[in-house]
Design a protein around this ligand. Structure first.
Ligand SMILES: *Cc1c(COP(=O)(O)O)cnc(C)c1O
Length: 396
């Protein structure tokens, strides 16, 4: 059963807390530690035998009490059976694919995935004799026509990195299930507040908690969530065999971030829609790529599958000189220039999508905006002052 909004709110307050003893702290402490000691050899041996199982205290690399609290809290939000934390969002993606892709298998990858997912597939998995094939995720269930006898997984993401298409996720998961192919989905953008991909039939949800979940640009953390416990345990063992590890400080920061996640996402959604709507009306803007607006490919799927929109979107400006684009970006005082997003500060970055299945050939300059928690009028005034530097006009 899908959680209601009220259950999600309550979960954000109640989960991931210290056990109920009298005089308990409100929050889990920052847990630091390597060796854990036992009173009897038998107890130690029992812990060693169960070390991969979530909640087992055995050795720091396998997790500690705070780490398990965060895993449980995220599992509750995502309606997952098991969540495994990783040291970054990229580690969640790469370790999942490492476990799923044996030499000689075939991986279908959405053509609009995060750049590092692509880099890992092209530079690491190909060396392991995994065949990588990029597909246009907007073909939805027709991806089944690309399945081969050795296709092990489909890795995809919505909205598309930089281009913001929303694909038909349930159509893709349905054909994956019918053919015994594992679906892996990067759900960083929506967070569990706006979409719970396991409820759409995804087998493995991966995401970066460095973004909205921690929410303050001070934490790097990845999440792997599965409904199927056997699949979850296979991937968890791979994470632990590789020795990937989440730090105690990051666990505390993510638990703290969860408390305000719903408040921040709702504020960021409203601000993002407001700024995006204003931008769409400016003469320099050719097309708005924001999933909550009709001009975005797959808007109807967003409406059907998502409860809200994050604050990250794209704008295609009418063709202009590269120097003018640079002058525009540099003139913005309230938008930091940098990668990643999901913190409290607004960001801006020109992007050049790399596509092989369907080339990105829309003329004009594509710029990605991440709306933070500033006053929207401040952001609009900032944009309004800088936009005249783009000497395009609607006649361009
Ligand atoms: C940022 C991001 C990642 C990588 O996460 P890190 O925590 O920075 O390693 C993966 N996927 C998407 C969609 C992202 O935006």
């Amino acid at each position: 059963m899908a959680k209601t909004d009220s259950e999600i709110k309550d979960s954000l307050v109640q989960t991931g807390r210290p056990d109920r003893v009298e005089g308990r702290q409100v929050n889990m402490p920052v847990e630091l530690g390597s060796t854990m000691v036992f009173d009897t050899l038998a107890a130690f041996e029992a812990a060693r035998a169960a070390r991969y199982r979530p909640g087992t205290l055995y050795y720091g690399r396998y997790g500690n009490a705070a780490c398990f609290k965060l895993e449980d809290a995220l599992a509750d939000l995502e309606a997952a059976s098991i969540v495994t934390l990783t040291s970054s969002g990229v580690a969640a993606i790469t370790l999942t694919l490492m476990e799923l892709m044996a030499p000689g298998t075939h991986l279908l990858v959405g053509d609009n995935v995060y750049g590092n997912t692509r880099a890992f597939c092209d530079s690491v998995l190909t060396k392991q004799n995994v065949a990588i094939e990029y597909f246009d995720p907007m073909i939805g269930g027709d991806v089944a026509a690309l399945f081969r006898s050795n296709t092990a997984a489909v890795m995809f993401e919505a909205p598309g990195s930089g281009t913001f298409e929303i694909c038909d996720t349930p159509a893709i998961t349905q054909v994956c299930k019918a053919h015994g192919v594992t679906s892996v989905f990067d759900g960083t953008w929506a967070t569990p507040i706006f979409c719970r991909p396991l409820e759409l039939g995804i087998d493995v949800l991966v995401y970066s908690a460095s973004k909205y979940v921690s929410g303050h640009s001070d934490c790097m953390l990845g999440v792997i969530a599965c409904s199927d416990a056997d699949l979850a345990m296979r991937i968890r063992k791979c994470v632990m065999a590789v020795g990937d590890k989440t730090g105690g400080q990051e666990v505390m920061l993510a638990l703290r971030g969860l408390r305000t996640l719903e408040l921040r996402m709702n504020a960021i959604e409203a601000a993002g829609r407001h700024v995006a709507g204003w931008l769409a009306q400016q003469p320099q803007v050719k097309r708005l790529l924001h999933p909550a607006f009709e001009s975005c490919p797959g808007h109807a799927f967003w409406k059907r599958d998502y409860r809200g929109a994050a604050g990250l979107f794209g704008v295609v400006f009418h063709p202009c000189a590269d120097d003018d684009l640079r002058a525009f970006v540099d003139a913005l005082h309230h938008f930091g220039i940098g990668v990643s997003w999901g913190g409290y500060e607004s960001l801006v970055l020109p992007v050049k999508p790399v596509r092989v299945a369907r080339h990105w050939d829309e003329p004009g300059a594509l710029v990605r905006f991440s709306i933070g928690l500033e006053d929207t009028q401040t952001l609009i005034d900032d944009l309004a002052a800088a936009l005249p530097l783009l000497k395009t006009g609607s006649e361009a």
